[in-house]
Unconditional design. Structure first.
Length: 204
């Protein structure tokens, strides 16, 4: 079986992208990053892709008349690189029906909180402000809602009295870098089965 071709969408520094690139390089996942796309020209994620010899594409949302036109351009690039699984990695945009229809059940996202708690922006800060004693991160399939799709893996971290939103975010990020490649590994080996809201993981 060939390697699963990933298309990674990232808006910022791209540390999750890097964890995926590294896991693929090390042969820990049977996948390769076929293209990295950003909606932000100066995203460090694009630089990481270039350094890794991966096609890096900036697509300017401002150059399109609406979300559907913008997403059609994104889908065209993904298809052009033979992408089979789309991984959102710090992609700060809602995904609409053009992308969902093009990749049904084939878009993953990582969120820095234990969903369904604290969806949307700044999940780490929301959790810290709320005063929870545990938070974490979630990899889930993407649907039409905001961070509402079926959950694949979660990791839990404690919140300490001395924490700031930044120290909590750093603890969560360490777990993100572990569970995102793990979720891709499970997907690429055909072990994820969606049953309604639940994602069942078949035993090896
Ligand atoms: C990560 O913490 C990711 O979970 C979060 O953005 C950060 C991106 O970091 N994503 C969201 O908040 C999505 N709503 P990275 O660019 O270093 O991977």
């Amino acid at each position: 079986m060939g390697k699963l071709r990933l298309g990674v969408l990232a808006s910022g520094r791209g540390s999750n992208l890097q964890s995926i690139i590294d896991a693929a390089r090390e042969g820990w996942i049977e996948a390769l990053a076929a293209v990295v796309i950003s909606d932000n020209r100066s995203a460090f994620a694009l630089e990481r892709a270039r350094r890794g010899g991966i096609p890096a594409v900036f697509i300017d949302p401002g150059a399109f008349s609406g979300r559907e036109e913008y997403e059609s351009a994104v889908v065209e690039v993904l298809r052009g690189h033979g992408v089979e699984l789309v991984c959102l990695a710090g992609y700060m945009r809602l995904v609409g029906r053009v992308m969902l229809n093009a990749f049904p059940g084939r878009i993953l996202n990582i969120h820095p909180a234990l969903l369904p708690a604290f969806p949307g922006l700044h999940g780490q800060r929301q959790a810290w402000e709320y005063g929870v004693k545990f938070s974490g991160c979630t990899v889930h399939f993407v649907d039409e809602g905001v961070d509402t799709g079926p959950i694949i893996i979660q990791a839990v971290v404690p919140v300490f009295d001395e924490d700031t939103p930044d120290t909590l975010a750093a603890r969560i990020l360490e777990q993100e870098h572990r569970i995102y490649p793990e979720a891709i590994r499970l997907f690429s080996t055909g072990r994820l089965k969606i049953a309604g809201r639940r994602v069942l993981i078949e035993k090896e």
